[in-house]
Design a protein around this ligand. Structure first.
Ligand code: PHB
Length: 555
């Protein structure tokens, strides 16, 4: 008897796809995009909200960074370790050009690593973006391995791609009309002869790229390694001459890394990963008990199975391992895997299952465009709603704190703060949190560089006392500043840490000092601040796991 697919999982995936391609989506839009009944859409959305993959903002539905854990499972399984990302970033530094790795996805090309040096003039692709094979350098390398059926599928797809606006089918492309690309078969022939491929402004005027293949042990093209530039810097041919020796050298190195022995997440850009993506996060049965028929347990289970494919290095994982990791009966796990296969997100060879690059279409490309502030802001809004005071996130910039995200209340504060505002670090709670997270020598250097002065009657200016204040902040995990920056202003701040535990930002709530003792303010604010910092950190670690460029800068 043929295996049955899991309908709620299929529907959930359809809703996630619809949320991945459009902006400002409401439930009604999902009904139109998926053809599902409104009541079904509502239950799918309620389940995805409960799983933390979707956030409701008024009527609008937004994907959350947590959803990137699905794409992370694919990226981890494909052997894209911290070492590979770090080497790509170093190559981009050496060449002073953007460098990317892409994999074949059907007759498209999907980016799995990006180290951008992109100048302002052109589009920049992110991890998860999909390009049509005929419009980029890697496409010619991958198409060299297509069989007749693959060419036929490609021709059918080209015929269906709107010529007046290919971006409707490939949202990563710049919108609007594009000139017809040169013949793909000719480009394939060229790359067969030369061993590399060229993109001479196939995507947009000015954008040029050179790509070389990275092969697996069986000799099949596993990745394309590209260097990307602009005609204002090089001709297409000039770029190729400049970068080919280094690209080839790097490809040879990547080919020498044993796929099953790639270290996972040990390099600096991808610090050891915390438990945010541990399995399972919550028992679906708890949510089921709370949400009743609105919670689609088999959707939750299917997505847990997808996440469980993350450790599938090399050839993949057997069903028993997946059942054990998810706590699901084998038959249930197998039906989920079967559904994921039908949808193009997983494959199996004999007994072993692995995730496929298409998983990245589930919100990853869209979410990988988010910056640090975009990730923090929804959490700040929630905190502000809870404590009815303004909340902010700052980073250290030299001896100053710099506001990078903020949610303000309507109350009139005596200080006018906008994004980009700076204050000296030493008399602020956030500055103290940031300074206290630095190595001793850096902290001392910064305090010397901007010697403390009295800004109010209460500013701590004595260096020895300030060091004691910072030591206490490090030990307590929070800091305060009570009318030290400005009379009447009180602030409590906590650190925001990266996955390696380094303080990368500070989060605060500021309010009028009023008459309450400081301890009372701390007691009232600290639990909410800590909860918010933990929520920001969880999103940040998920979103930054394969994107080292996301973290806020540090001195
Ligand atoms: C990119 O990495 O952004 C890239 C790579 C190859 C292309 C175009 C862009 O042909």
């Amino acid at each position: 008897m043929p295996e049955e697919s899991v309908r709620p999982l299929e529907r959930g995936l359809a809703v996630l796809r619809a949320l991945s391609v459009a902006e400002q989506v409401r439930a009604g839009d999902l009904v139109r995009a998926t053809g599902l009944a409104r009541s079904t859409v509502d239950r799918v959305v309620a389940t995805l909200v409960r799983l933390g993959y979707v956030r409701e903002q008024g009527q609008e539905l937004h994907l959350t960074p947590r959803l990137m854990e699905l794409g992370n499972a694919y990226l981890a399984a494909s052997g894209l370790s911290g070492e590979v990302a770090a080497r790509t970033a170093r190559l981009a530094d050496d060449l002073d050009e953007s460098v990317s790795l892409a994999v074949p996805d059907g007759n498209g090309v999907r980016f799995v690593t990006q180290a951008a040096r992109r100048r302002a003039m052109s589009v920049a692709f992110r991890i998860g973006d999909l390009l049509p094979a005929e419009r980029c350098a890697p496409g010619a390398l991958f198409a060299a391995e297509w069989d007749e059926a693959a060419w036929a599928a490609w021709r059918a797809r080209v015929a269906a791609t709107p010529a007046d606006d290919p971006a409707r089918a490939f949202p990563a492309l710049p919108p609007g009309p594009a000139s017809p690309p040169p013949d793909l078969a000719d480009r394939v022939e060229h790359s067969r002869v030369t061993g590399w491929a060229l993109d001479d402004q196939l995507i947009e005027p000015g954008l040029i790229a050179t790509a070389v293949p990275v092969r697996d042990t069986a000799g099949r093209v596993r990745y394309a390694l590209s260097a990307v530039s602009h005609t204002s810097r090089h001709t297409a041919q000039g770029l190729a001459e400049l970068v080919l020796p280094r690209l080839r050298e790097e490809a040879a190195h990547l080919e020498s890394l044993p796929a099953t022995q790639l270290p996972d997440g040990t390099a600096d850009v991808m610090a050891p990963h915390a438990t945010a993506e541990g399995l399972p996060r919550e028992q679906p049965s708890t949510a089921k008990a709370e949400l009743g028929p609105d919670f689609l347990q088999s959707l939750a289970r299917g997505l847990t199975v997808l996440r469980a494919l993350g450790p599938a290095h090399g050839d993949g994982l057997p069903l028993t391992a997946i059942a054990a990791a998810t706590g699901l009966p084998r038959a249930t796990a197998r039906r989920c895997l079967h559904t994921l296969e039908l949808e193009g997100y997983a494959a199996h060879d004999g007994r072993l299952y692995r995730p496929l690059p298409r998983v990245l279409e589930l919100g990853f490309a869209r979410l990988s465009r988010l910056g640090f502030a975009d990730i923090a802001e929804p959490h700040l809004r929630q905190l502000t709603g809870r404590v009815h005071q303004s909340a902010s996130v700052t980073v250290l910039d030299g001896t100053d704190i710099l506001y990078v995200a903020r949610a303000a209340t309507v109350r009139v504060m005596s200080v006018h703060i906008t994004l980009g505002t700076r204050f000296p670090a030493y008399p602020t709670a956030m500055g103290r949190v940031l300074l206290s997270g630095l190595p001793e020598a850096d902290r001392a250097r910064l305090l010397k560089a901007a010697p403390p002065r009295s800004l109010t009657r209460r500013t701590v200016t004595d260096p020895a006392e300030l060091h004691r204040v910072l030591d206490r902040a490090a030990a307590d995990g929070y800091a305060t500043a009570d009318e030290e920056l400005e009379e009447g202003l009180r602030s409590v701040a906590v650190p925001v840490k990266d996955a390696a535990g380094r303080v990368v930002a500070a989060l605060n709530v500021a309010q009028h000092a009023g008459t309450a003792p400081l301890d009372e303010t701390i007691g009232a604010l600290l639990p909410a601040l800590r909860g918010t910092a933990a929520a920001i950190e969880a999103d940040l670690h998920t979103a930054a796991r394969f994107n080292g460029a996301l973290m806020p800068w540090r001195t």
